[in-house]
Design a protein. Structure first.
Lengths: 193, 122
């Protein structure tokens, strides 16, 4: 039988739950925070990477985890730790909103350079990647985050709603509009979805 | 546009999304160094919670007591000094005829007397 606060992961290894690690952090155990970092860094990094200026990605990840550490005493455990952490990441990204415009300009420049080399398969893959990036950057920020969390990070709509503190109905509506905008963008660039 | 279209779109976006590069080697240590520098304010959490609960408890108690007093002041008939005096006089006059070991049901006459006398005195 598994003890409370312990879970068995996919590899059948036993590891403490996030909630247990948070409790240990609150008792001053910093190594538990290291475990939380290792567990969630990848997803936080990917979310921030889709949202912000990439040259500062390490700074953004660092800021997210430091805000989490400072805010742990206020974490009530009403939501999952990961939900709370992604919300912090979203706040960090929002604070850096101004950099998004610069990033968009940079992507458009790169894309214009790639447009001339469509024949090579590797170049095609880069081209599609650039199209996806440009498609995402076409979206309003509050639509983009919904699409990133739900479609790219595969979080359930309910959790997306909790992260962004909006009703599930609003998530559905934003997702619908976000997909429609990206689809139109891709179609304008010669791709049928 | 149907669910399949959405599925194809999502699949395409997932397949071609930009993947974040690995973090720099020392990022974890940099973060942990900062974490070690910042004390966690554990002491703040529980007393605050207890304070909150105690606050709610106190408010509820005050509200309950207040409601009881308010209810009593509205619902209970207030006897004035003259009425109290009459009741006292009645009890003094009839004290010896009341048997404390007998229930009121077994003393119907005594109760009736009391009722009649009180009505008369008022």
């Amino acid at each position: 039988m598994v003890q409370p606060g312990i879970e068995v992961d996919r590899n059948r290894s036993i590891s403490p739950t996030d909630e247990r690690l948070v409790d240990d952090c609150l008792k001053g155990d910093r190594q538990s925070f290291r475990q939380l970092y290792r567990r969630h860094e990848g997803k936080v990094r990917q979310i921030l990477y889709q949202l912000c200026d990439r040259s500062t990605i390490d700074d953004l990840v660092q800021e997210t985890f430091l805000r989490a550490w400072k805010g742990l005493p206020k974490f009530r455990g009403n939501a999952k730790f990961s939900t709370w952490l992604y919300r912090i990441a979203w706040n960090v990204a929002s604070d850096r909103r101004q950099t998004l415009a610069k990033d968009r300009e940079r992507r458009e420049t790169i894309s214009a350079q790639i447009d001339n080399h469509h024949d090579d398969p590797d170049v095609m893959a880069i081209h599609y990647q650039e199209l996806v990036e440009r498609g995402l950057s076409e979206l309003k920020e509050d639509h983009r985050i919904v699409l990133i969390l739900h479609d790219l990070q595969e979080l359930p709509q309910k959790e997306v709603a909790e992260i962004l503190d909006i009703p599930v109905g609003t998530v559905k509506s934003r997702l619908f509009h976000a997909r429609a905008t990206v689809r139109k963008f891709l179609e304008r660039n010669g791709l049928e979805m | 546009m149907n669910d399949n279209d959405d599925l194809n779109l999502v699949k395409f976006l997932q397949q071609h999304q930009a993947i974040a590069p690995q973090s720099s080697i020392d990022l974890e240590e940099q973060i942990m160094a900062e974490v070690n520098r910042i004390p966690i304010q554990v002491a703040e959490q529980k007393p605050r919670q207890w304070l909150k609960i105690a606050g709610w408890g106190l408010s509820a108690t005050i509200a309950t007591i207040g409601s009881i007093f308010l209810y009593q002041s509205i619902e209970s008939p207030q006897m004035n000094m003259a009425e109290i005096k009459q009741v006292e006089e009645y009890l003094e006059a009839h004290w010896d005829h009341l048997d404390p070991h007998q229930s009121s049901l077994e003393q119907p006459n005594a109760i009736d007397d009391l009722h009649i006398d009180l009505e008369e005195s008022i």
